[in-house]
Design a protein around this ligand. Structure first.
Ligand SMILES: C[S@@+](CC[C@H](N)C(=O)[O-])C[C@H]1O[C@@H](n2cnc3c(N)ncnc32)[C@H](O)[C@@H]1O
Length: 249
C-alpha cells in the first residue's frame, strides 16, 4: 500500500481514493494474492449451502475469490474504486463482458452471463436500491482498509445490503498500531464486536502470522523506509489474521 508511516494528528493513517488508484497504477498492491482463499474450498458447503448465492464483495480489488465464486455458479457483485484491477480481472480471465456507465456512481463491468458485476466506484456511492440484497458478504481485509472515520458509514451500508438471514464473513488484522498507521488498520475482536452490536460474531479462523521482529529484519530491509505496509507489519511484535462470521442476532 502507499506510504503511510505513523504520523501524528487527525490524518493518521487516512488514505484518499486517489491514492488507492495511484497504488494500483504503481503496482503497490502487496495486499493482492494470486490465488483464491483456500478457506473457500475447505468450507464451501458451510458458506454457500448447495444453491447459488448472491455475494457482495466490498473493496474487491481483483480478488481471485470472485473468480472462484463466479466459477462455482454464484452471482458476485464487487465494488472497487480503481478501474484498473477490474478491467484487468476481466481481461486476465477472458470473461466476455460489457462496460456500462452508471450515472452518479461510476462504471459497471458486467459479464455477459450477468453473474459477475463489478462497479468501478466509491463504495459510499453504492446503495441497496442499486445492488439489492445479498446472502453472503465477503469482506476480506476490506474493513481494515476503510478510513477509521468512515467505519460506521461502511457498517451501515453493508448491513443494509445483507438479508436478515445472510452471513457476513470479515477478515481483519490485529497488530501493534505504533508500527504502521494504516491502512490496513488494526482491529481486534472487540473492535469488530463494538462496530457490529446487532450481530453475533464468531471467530472461525485465526492465524498467528507474527513475523520477524525489527531486530531480526535483514539489514537491507532495515534500511528501507517503512513505506510498505507488509514490511512494517512484519516489525510488529504481534500480528494476527482472523476471520469472523457474523449473523444478525
Ligand atoms: C486492502 S485492499 C483489499 C482488496 C481485496 N479485498 C483483496 O482481498 O484483494 C482494499 C481495496 O479497496 C479499494 N478501495 C479503497 N477505498 C475504497 C472506496 N472508498 N471504495 C471502493 N474501493 C475502495 C482499494 O483500491 C483496494 O483495492
Amino acid at each position: 500500500m502507499a506510504g503511510n508511516q505513523v504520523a501524528a494528528g487527525e490524518e493518521r493513517g487516512m488514505m484518499a481514493n486517489s491514492e488507492w488508484v495511484e497504488s494500483w497504477a504503481l503496482g503497490n498492491t502487496g495486499f493482492h494474492f494470486d490465488k483464491h482463499d483456500p478457506y473457500l474450498d475447505e468450507h464451501e458447503e458451510e458458506i454457500f449451502g448447495d444453491e447459488p448465492k448472491n455475494v457482495f464483495v466490498p473493496l474487491c480489488g481483483k480478488s481471485k475469490d470472485m473468480i472462484w465464486m463466479h466459477g462455482r455458479g454464484h452471482t458476485v457483485v464487487g465494488v472497487e474504486i480503481a478501474e484498473q484491477p477490474i478491467r484487468e480481472l476481466f481481461q486476465e480471465h477472458d470473461i466476455p463482458h460489457q462496460v456500462l456507465e452508471v450515472a452518479g456512481v461510476g462504471k459497471l463491468y458486467k459479464s455477459n452471463d450477468e453473474r459477475l458485476l463489478l462497479y468501478a466506484a466509491d463504495i459510499f456511492d453504492i446503495s441497496e436500491s442499486l445492488v439489492g440484497k445479498f446472502n453472503v458478504i465477503w469482506d476480506m481485509k476490506s474493513i481494515v482498509a476503510i478510513n477509521v472515520a468512515d467505519r460506521i458509514k461502511y457498517r451501515d451500508l453493508l448491513l443494509s445490503v445483507l438479508y436478515r438471514d445472510g452471513v457476513y464473513y470479515v477478515g481483519a488484522l490485529e497488530f501493534d498500531s505504533s508500527v504502521w498507521a494504516g491502512p490496513p488498520h488494526t482491529m481486534d475482536r472487540k473492535a469488530i464486536e463494538d462496530l457490529f452490536p446487532e450481530c453475533l460474531v464468531e471467530l472461525i479462523d485465526e492465524m498467528n502470522v507474527t513475523g520477524r521482529t525489527l531486530s531480526t529484519l535483514k539489514s537491507e530491509e532495515k534500511m528501507v523506509e517503512f513505506n510498505d505496509a507488509g514490511l512494517a507489519l512484519k516489525s510488529s511484535p504481534y500480528l494476527y489474521a482472523r476471520t469472523y462470521k457474523m449473523k444478525f442476532k
